[in-house]
Design a protein around this ligand. Sequence first.
Ligand code: UDP
Ligand code: MG
Length: 314
Amino acid sequence: MELSIVVPIYNEEENVAALYESIRDALARTSLEYETIFVDDGSSDSSFTLLKEIAAQDQRVKLLRFRRNFGQTAAMSAGFDAAKGDVIIPMDGDLQNDPADIPRLLAKLHEGYDVVSGWRKDRKDTFITRKIPSLLANALISRLTGVHLHDYGCTLKAYRREVLDGINLYGEMHRFVPALASQVGAKVAELPVNHRPRLYGTSKYGISRTLRVVLDLMTVKFLMAYSTKPIQLFGKWGIYTLLAGCLSGGTTLYMKIFDNMSMNRNPLLILTAFLLFMGVQFIVLGLLGELNARTYFESQGKPIYVIRDRVNLG
Ligand code: UDP
Ligand code: MG
């Protein structure tokens, strides 16, 4: 199997038939051997019934249905796990992404990349609640992860399957796959793709997603930088805070001895106690983190490195 297309579906009954047809038509022009995996994320409308009818007529259409709504990331993750293709391409189920872009994404991938990220250069969404937050989020994500992309949020991307094999997704993290993949050595490229306004059904997200993305970004940044060495982060801040505590304590003493200022009237004393306490907490957190890192990596037999080639090693 050359290609798996993964589509998360949550209450998209007006879109599924047209989407299926446009995927079929776009790929009919190529000679690719492919499958389309629709993941019904606990829809309460007739999406699943419609998809089942389509699947009965076309063996290339595969279907998964969640027991309840688990979210887009979970749906995509389930699709990735079921996918058999050498290349995996997720896309939205609301016709906003254009299946005609799939051959272009593949061509770019075959230029020697492991991930090709779609960029909705001419995005058809609302300006204030969507495009502005997205602009800021992309700048922030690019800066913090060091993987510079214009459009992390675009679902339409192409991945080599090896890249996805090593990545587990939680929360809202599907958008961070290019960054996580680059962390394990994947080569990432970007390609402008078509984007269309949503004609049927409603968007499942509002402005509150921005906050969730920021929180996930913190997790991703932490995992990328410190998952194998948490003490390096917490210990550093622990030491800084302890030093600040000592400085503040020293100042309190100085003021008592030389300025005759009583220590219990000096607010710096409270600051000192607070900083020393915080410093110890940070260091202990770092040590607990180290313990957790060992459990995480060793219990799963996960190495802390990624190998590209092995020569004469069997
Ligand atoms: N989706 C999903 N589960 C959810 C929310 C969304 O599977 O809990 C699917 C939805 O059906 C669509 C895709 O994820 O295929 C993107 O959702 P949407 O179009 O609402 O997002 P937007 O384009 O507005 O960012
Ligand atoms: Mg959409």
